[in-house]
Ligand binder design. Structure first.
Ligand SMILES: C[S@@+](CC[C@H](N)C(=O)[O-])C[C@H]1O[C@@H](n2cnc3c(N)ncnc32)[C@H](O)[C@@H]1O
Length: 435
């Protein structure tokens, strides 16, 4: 089952509308066309519709604008009663119609996130001890789901790609001893953590095998998996499969004979080029949750970062990705922009004669009004997360449909309040067994 927004019944029509919306210049700008850090260089605020920016300027506190924007893509019924909205009714009434229409479009084009009812496995302390609350909720749902599919499809082997610390693979092996699990991750340290977890709860290697290997589309890995499968049918799973891991997973699923069923949720990933979207520079959906409470510290830091990029750009100072140090910002660096910039320059090895203190003070003054604008730009890009994720999900859906698979599903598996990234793509190759 493909769970579409309520007013759509036809996946094709939905996909067309989604792609048309994501291809608009505004969405393009907000989802990576202009990274917020570069917003002063490329005039990101000035590129927004003027009636919107005029309207936001009439608010006394930009954090209320951010809250209002974030609320606008939440459940509407809940919002009407909020005290916050009652207090700002007048301002809300004067929202530009084009903004109202845009927010409605964002809201109505995002795939629904209300968790589908499903089984839950009870996890013993031995397993949950290492997990955060979010992980416990995800693993109890995911293990029950994978086990249920395996039972229905008479599958006894599960391949977990990007298995990380082994929360899913160790739990599956621990809870369901008749299953054999293969955990694959490109990171040696992740696999070592998973092996240690398995040993600590008494799961033997005969039930849970580990491989350190990048999921890279190579036939070498495919051979290793086929050899481990030893002629048995497998289910391929991935929890929070990020980056190109998810693309490769789909290809392995389609091309490998031993893999029967796919179940994966996903993190940030690149949409198919034909869908025009890009997530470069887009805050991950995790930030959707974090962004609920705009705080002063973050806002100022975002402004300073954008001014810094503008200064470097104007001075013709190019910093390559390799040169960029991991530099933590201390409280004392936030006294004003000059302190912030001096800290950055020190870390980047930029001499104070190249950018003088007078320059820095002049830039801070010039962009004073942007303190509220940069956070609003961030919030606008965060608002786009759900539609971008919907594009990615539909891209996967159509790819699998085009491969002529027996069944392809996309639905919300986890509680979105706990796991904002809660969509799962499930596919099955052959008939047989109930789903
Ligand atoms: C976000 S973590 C998820 C870990 C685990 N599935 C979970 O949910 O706890 C992604 C994991 O995938 C691994 N990974 C990312 N890309 C990979 C690739 N192309 N090949 C193999 N492992 C990859 C990372 O090392 C990391 O452990």
């Amino acid at each position: 089952m493909l769970v579409l927004p309520s007013h759509y019944t036809d996946p094709k029509k939905y996909t067309d509308d989604l792609c048309e919306f994501i291809a608009t210049p505004l969405i393009h700008q907000l989802t990576g066309g202009i990274h917020v850090n570069d917003s002063l260089i490329y005039g990101a605020w000035e590129s927004l519709p003027q009636d919107w920016t005029r309207y936001w300027s009439s608010w006394t506190d930009h954090r209320l604008v951010q809250q209002d924007l974030l609320d606008s893509i939440e459940d509407r019924a809940k919002l009407i009663t909020t005290e916050y909205n009652e207090n700002h009714e007048e301002l809300l009434q004067s929202r530009p119609e084009t903004l109202v229409a845009w927010l409605q479009k964002l809201y109505s084009l995002a795939l629904p996130r209300i968790e589908r009812e499903g089984l839950l496995a009870e996890l013993p302390d031995a397993l949950t001890r290492r997990m955060k609350t979010k992980k416990v909720a995800e693993i109890s749902k995911a293990t029950a789901y994978v086990h249920d599919v395996c039972q229905r499809k008479e599958i006894t082997r599960v391949v977990d790609m990007g298995s990380g610390q082994g929360y899913l693979s160790v739990s599956l092996a621990y809870l369901f001893p008749h299953l054999k699990i293969l955990a694959i991750d490109g990171s040696e340290s992740q696999i070592a953590g998973s092996q240690e977890f398995a040993t600590s709860v008494g799961v033997p290697e005969s039930r849970l095998a580990h491989i350190v290997h990048w999921i890279d589309g190579s036939s070498n890995l495919a051979q290793k998996i086929e050899s481990w499968a030893d002629g048995h049918k497998c289910m391929l799973v991935g929890l929070h499969a990020c980056g190109n891991l998810s693309d490769h997973m789909l290809r392995y699923f389609v091309s490998m004979p031993c893999i029967e069923t796919l179940g994966r949720d996903f993190e940030k990933a690149r949409p198919h080029p034909e869908c025009h979207g890009t997530d470069d520079g887009l805050p991950s959906p995790k930030q959707l949750g974090k962004a609920r409470r705009p705080t002063n510290g973050n806002q100022r830091r975002r402004l300073y970062r954008a001014i810094l990029e503008k200064v470097l750009y104007d001075k013709g100072i190019t910093i390559t990705a390799e040169q960029r140090p991991a530099w933590g910002i201390r409280k004392s660096d936030m006294i004003d922009f000059t302190h912030f910039a001096h800290r950055a320059m020190e870390c980047l090895g930029i001499n104070r004669t190249e950018i003088t203190t007078e320059d820095l003070k002049e830039y801070e003054e010039r962009y004073r009004d942007y303190e509220g604008r940069i956070p609003i730009l961030w919030t606008l890009s965060i608002l786009c997360c759900k539609v971008v994720e919907s594009v990615i999900a539909m891209d996967r859906y159509w790819y699998l449909e085009e491969q002529g698979l027996e069944k392809v599903e996309v639905f919300p598996i986890f509680d979105s309040k706990v796991s904002p990234r809660n969509l799962i793509v499930v596919a099955q190759k052959n008939k047989g067994g109930s789903w």
